[in-house]
Design a protein around this ligand. Structure first.
Ligand SMILES: Cc1cc2nc3c(=O)[nH]c(=O)nc-3n(C[C@H](O)[C@H](O)[C@H](O)COP(=O)(O)OP(=O)(O)OC[C@H]3O[C@@H](n4cnc5c(N)ncnc54)[C@H](O)[C@@H]3O)c2cc1C
Length: 368
């Protein structure tokens, strides 16, 4: 037994060493020279091989969505690679369906450009632009959620659909030399195209949120790309039931602004989850929507209120009041809109399905 374990350990060590040598060789020795990328059969450009397809396209101002910043987890940077893409990598396979693999769909962040490539990219992605903006205001909404208001500088305006997001890029800061970009949903109305409001929750040790919360100041210049994403309001007559937690508030505010602008007569019920009273925010904003929308109800729920909170509202995880409510209404035309952590979204989809809201009437944006 001991001998088997030693043999396995030695083999594992050799494998690890070989993998490390390959990575080093790839970084310092491999030279792929100049490679030609043809996009949609018409745009052709030459780049120095060796970078990911995602970054190579970026050098030509073609910005594919990449909410995870190129780490191969969000799968938003899918595109078709018609020539010379090679076989799908183990890092891509779990995020591609069999049909996508057959159709030569790849993750642009994982595919390294080593040869001439022909790629196909949906036309609407060419609308994604790179922006610079100035931080007009930073405001603490809770102890770990900030409102960031940006005044656009170049270009001076942005056209977006409520529900969409932008990818904000950090500047290097103490201890972090790299720049990364992360997705943040737009919280402001599309009626003022010169400003953007983002609602950003601090993630412990997170690259971009640490920068936003601890280093960013009013007057600083920032960069972002956008707009991206297809989370949006859908046509329908039935009730709208929204569910969000934490910074998941952002796209909901944007959708509520749109409903207000449309003078929508639809019934809207919005469930918002927090742990305790100090994590609730935008109650005034919700009150104003209550005054301006024909039939709007905001239902905050606390999962662990402090005794000092003197909370008399709904309690428990947000799935509880959601489930109780769905049992009291006719759900045959209800549309569900969800935003927050993947876990919360999964749990809420389960509740909606159980109460008769079909999957094709549930729309969501997981903040993964
Ligand atoms: C469509 C979409 C919209 C979004 N909208 C919003 C929004 O409006 N507001 C909002 O607050 N968030 C939003 N998010 C989430 C946001 O994009 C970021 O994921 C989040 O802010 C964290 O970014 P970060 O750079 O601070 O953290 P990251 O640096 O990405 O780190 C996240 C966590 O992973 C850990 N980690 C990082 N690298 C590694 C590693 N190599 N190995 C192990 N652990 C690691 C970190 O320690 C940290 O705990 C959205 C996400 C999506 C997909």
């Amino acid at each position: 037994m001991t001998q088997i374990l030693i043999t396995m350990g030695v083999l594992g060590g050799i494998n690890g060493l070989l993998a490390l040598l390959l990575v080093i060789a790839e970084k310092f020795i491999a030279n792929y020279g100049s490679c030609r990328i043809t996009v949609n059969g018409e745009k052709i450009f030459e780049i120095q091989g060796g970078s990911s397809l995602l970054n190579s396209l970026k050098t030509q101002k073609i910005f594919l969505p990449s909410a995870c910043g190129g780490r191969g987890t969000c799968a938003y940077c899918k595109c078709r690679v018609l020539d010379n893409g090679g076989t799908v990598l183990p890092t891509e396979a779990p995020l591609l369906t069999q049909d996508e693999i057959k159709n030569h769909v790849r993750l642009a962040c994982q595919l390294k450009v080593k040869k001439d490539l022909a790629v196909e990219i949906p036309e609407e992605l060419f609308n994604i632009q790179e922006f610079t903006a100035v931080v007009e205001k930073l405001e603490d909404l809770t102890s770990d959620i900030k409102l960031v208001r940006l005044q656009l500088k170049h270009p001076e305006t942005i056209q977006f659909k409520p529900g969409q997001y932008v990818q904000l890029q950090n500047n290097p800061y103490e201890g972090v030399k790299e720049t990364a970009s992360r997705a943040y949903s737009i919280a402001s109305p599309d009626s003022d195209s010169r400003v953007l409001e983002l609602i950003i929750r601090l993630v412990p040790e997170g690259i971009v949120t640490t920068w936003v919360h601890q280093y960013l100041k009013a007057g600083d210049e920032v960069r972002f790309t956008g707009p991206m994403g297809d989370f949006a309001l859908h046509e329908g007559e039935g009730e709208i039931v929204m569910v969000a937690g934490g910074s998941g508030m952002a796209p909901m505010v944007s959708l509520l602004n749109q409903l207000e602008k449309q003078k929508s007569k639809r019934k809207i019920t919005y469930f918002f989850g927090a742990v305790k009273r100090s994590e609730l925010f935008y109650e005034e904003v919700m009150k104003r929507f209550g005054e301006r929308l024909v039939d709007f109800t905001f239902v905050p729920a606390l999962s662990q209120p402090d005794p000092d909170d003197h909370w008399s509202g709904k309690t428990g995880l947000i799935t509880r009041p959601l489930d109780e409510y769905l049992q009291t209404i006719d759900t045959s035309k209800v549309q569900g809109y969800l935003c927050g952590s993947p876990g919360m979204i999964r749990a809420c989809i389960g509740v909606f399905s159980q109460r008769g809201v079909e999957n094709d009437r549930i729309y969501y944006d997981p903040f993964s």
